[in-house]
Design a protein around this ligand. Sequence first.
Ligand code: GLC
Ligand code: MG
Length: 423
Amino acid sequence: MERLTSPPRLMIVSDLDHTMVDHHDPENLSLLRFNSLWENAYRHDSLLVFSTGRSPTLYKELRKEKPLLTPDITIMSVGTEITYGNSMVPDHGWVETLNNKWDLGIVREEAGKFSEELKLQSETEQRPHKISFYVDKSKAQEVTKELSQRLEKRGLDVKIIYSGGMDLDILPQGAGKGQALAYLLKKLKTEGKLPVNTLACGDSGNDAELFSIPDVYGVMVSNAQEELLKWHAENAKDNPKVIHAKERCAGGIIQAIGHFKLGPNLSPRDVSDFLECKTENANPGHEIVKFFLFYERWRRGEVENCEAYTASLKASCHPGGVFVHPSGTEKSLRDTIDELSKYHGDKQGKKFRVWADQVLATDTTPGTWIVKLDKWEQSGDERRCCTTTVKFTSKEGEGLVWEHVQQTWSEQSEVKDNSSWII
Ligand code: GLC
Ligand code: MG
């Protein structure tokens, strides 16, 4: 958050499973569409927040399975754990507030009396301020009622949330995704960084609270669960700030950005002609996202005869410009572009995707931009990531010139293999 010197233009607070991530789409297309939109138009001045029911352990697993961007803030375990930045620094202040009228031992003891109905979830999902079970749909309401009465009698103040037609979470009353968001908004406000707009996105019961935080726009994705739609019909039907999208998962988030006019909503992945984007070239982040998208399509054999684009790309490389491969070898930028022609369609029909994460540009001296990003490449079941630094220069009235590109293997990369890594 420190990188922002003024209030963020947009803060997206999104659930992951069945909202940002479509588990029914092995190609991850809507997620990849969201990713390029975010890196292209929002990363530099906005905040991305993931708010998931998953514990840190399961959250990290999901990140390995799916092409998720790196959020600025991560809220896990149904709003009971908040962390900041890449290194996920925990918010200890938030945790302290959750100890009020909460006692893990008593919750376990009382819940244990429902051993017929409640089946404990895996150990990783039991957290200091969250105890989670599976429960049959037909029993959920009755158990929730009885258990809350028992816990109240024992002097606790808890919140019981039912999600996805099977999960039952017990949390301190002050916890939950909505309370965590309210806390975050308050904190941002005191720092003078209250977002201009906030959009909450979700699909299931534990997301309902997100939609009752004042001044927050909300989208329930088209595939939202019955329990969330029921909650909406009973509690927020007349709130024009909350919509039920027509599109699934991340497609619904993009739809909501357009519906509420929160900013650009055309993903670069929805543009087929690269030369069409030419006019906006003065933005170095845009140049990067567009290039790596072209690179993916080129190797997938989805763009034909793109000589016009490669020629314009070559023309925008400085004649003495150098590309430093992660292996350490250096090549001229123009030769690197020429070499690309050999790889046209080599990934045709294969699982091959490329995405940029954390694209951030700084203009240290006038007319010079340094752009840093993580460039990810998925090929089959292997994923690799290179930290990439690009230096651009721009002259008044002219486009950007690629001066220098340097890549090093990222620590996040599962495979650090130089073979077949082109750019
Ligand atoms: C995630 C968590 C699980 C929780 C559910 C609903 O799936 O892993 O523990 O019950 O979200 O909040
Ligand atoms: Mg969900």
